[in-house]
Design a protein around this ligand. Structure first.
Ligand code: 5GP
Ligand code: ZN
Length: 114
């Protein structure tokens, strides 16, 4: 049985705070924000992570970034700046295995990340 948290958000079984939505992509607030603004942008179709992305997903990947940009504008962090993050695998600390772009902003961030 396919049991994926973000697929449940796409199906409506779990109701997130939606920031914006397109035919293929959904942007919603992270439940445990790591910054004043923390949005997650996901494809509605299940893809476990970057290692499962193929060449044919190029348009979808582009749309994820465009929706991330639009979510930054919608949440008011476009001018002050924001960080886009895709955690991939164990060392990066990926915890939900449905591809997602973090949109983080509203505070000054350090580099390199921890
Ligand atoms: P990862 O660690 O895989 O890069 O990011 C997963 C993110 O999903 C975390 O920032 C976590 O707070 C968020 N998250 C986990 N469960 C839920 C949930 O039920 N709803 C929402 N909106 N975010 C969640
Ligand atoms: Zn999924």
């Amino acid at each position: 049985m396919h049991d994926c948290l973000f697929c449940k958000i796409v199906s409506g079984e779990i109701e997130p705070q939606i920031v914006l939505e397109t035919e293929q992509v959904l942007a919603f607030k992270d439940i445990h924000p790591a910054a004043a603004t923390h949005v997650l942008v996901i494809p509605k179709r299940h893809i476990a992570g970057m290692e499962d992305v193929v060449t044919g997903d190029a348009m979808l990947l582009g749309e994820l970034l465009l929706v991330a940009k639009a979510a930054a504008a919608r949440t008011g962090i476009a001018k002050t700046g924001y960080r886009l993050v895709i955690n991939t695998g164990e060392n990066a600390g990926q915890s939900v295995f449905h591809l997602h772009v973090h949109v983080l902003g509203g505070r000054k961030m350090a580099w390199p990340p921890g």
